[in-house]
Design a protein around this ligand. Structure first.
Ligand code: HPA
Ligand code: ZN
Length: 328
């Protein structure tokens, strides 16, 4: 089934095998001798215990070709799962903090995105995420460094540790980003509750919420999200692995869909959470008992919630409709 993926951290697509290989070629020491022992360490208690390992693993990424290879590996996998459009997050501050130039990061990722348009028949957008555990001043600094690349960057996002780092901490940065013409998104309502989603909406004035599952704790907020059709990019396997819900059966995705929220299914950090976008669809559908029409609606939402223009959206929606009509 054709679909879009809107919540994917490229650093979270670093499979242990590729991490070991790039680490070897760059002479970077890792706490894990091989891919199997790395995978065994991917047993998380919460968001922070994941972030500690995720940032450690990115230390192998040094040269432009490392970012190119990582991005190409993700795009090949996504194309093989009929992802027709991908909006890719990257975390430049993780790399510039280690002395890697932002142009090394962007050139590598951008080269892979460009090649994928031709070779894999897949459209993409790039979203630069600000690390919320760092200061707004540091966020401003990376934003300024990225401005020469603005034609390559569609949106500005907000990720990393949500606890104690509320959206309001980045009020000025997001106002500037909107003024400069960027689409804005933010992780909210993953680790923290509905109040965090409310802040992202009212103070940052974002056009899409990443995760957002805990919005369901506030009925007035839900009513507004439904009325305004603010998209929420839900990541079911991530939510289970980071213990936002105790089990897939306990996930609220079906309730969100039935309530009329514009929810989509995404993989977040597929190398860490046990699956790419199709595994997320399949495991959620099995556990929550989705009808075929629910699954098609989720894919439809993924295109509607994208930052593509109206004509491109319609072409993909037509493709999805054709698939639905022609596939038994
Ligand atoms: N939440 C916050 N920060 C992140 C995530 C996430 O799910 N994945 C990568 N960085
Ligand atoms: Zn995320």
């Amino acid at each position: 089934m054709p679909k879009a993926e809107l919540h994917l951290h490229i650093e979270g697509a670093l499979e242990p095998e590729l991490m070991i290989e790039i680490g070897r070629r760059n002479g970077v020491e890792l706490p894990w001798p091989d891919a199997e022992s790395a995978r065994r360490a991917y047993d998380f208690r919460d968001l922070q215990s994941f972030l500690d390992i995720y940032y450690r693993a990115t230390s192998v990424l040094i040269r432009e070709e490392d970012f190119y290879d990582l991005t190409t590996a993700y795009l090949r996998k996504a194309a093989s799962q009929h992802v027709r459009h991908a909006e890719v997050f990257f975390d430049p501050q993780t790399h510039t903090a280690r002395g890697i130039a932002i142009e090394t990061v962007i050139r590598g990722i951008e080269g892979a995105l460009r090649d994928a348009h031709g070779n894999l028949n897949l459209s993409t957008k790039l979203i630069m995420c600000i690390l919320r555990h760092l200061s707004e001043r540091e966020g401003m600094e990376i934003f300024r460094q990225a401005l020469p690349w603005r034609r390559s960057i569609t949106g500005i996002g907000l990720d990393s540790a949500e606890r104690n780092n509320p959206p309001s901490k980045f009020r000025n940065l997001f106002e500037l980003a909107r003024r400069e013409g960027f689409m804005t998104v933010a992780h909210a309502g993953e680790e923290e509750g509905a109040a965090s989603v409310r802040e992202a909406l009212d103070i940052l004035q974002i056009s899409r919420i990443d995760h957002g599952v805990r919005c369901m704790e506030d009925e007035r907020l839900v009513a507004e999200l439904v009325r305004r059709q603010i998209p929420l990019t839900v990541c079911p396997l991530s939510n289970i692995r980071l213990r936002v819900f105790p089990s897939m059966q306990a996930h609220n995705l079906k309730r969100m869909l039935q309530r009329g929220l514009c929810v989509s299914i995404n993989s977040d950090d597929p190398a860490y959470f046990g699956g790419y976008v199709n595994e997320n669809y399949i495991e959620a559908a099995d556990a929550l008992g989705f009808e075929r029409s629910d699954i098609v609606q989720l894919a439809r939402n993924s295109f509607i919630a994208s930052s593509l223009d109206t004509i491109q959206k319609q072409l993909y929606l037509n493709e999805l409709q054709r698939y639905d009509e022609e596939t038994p």
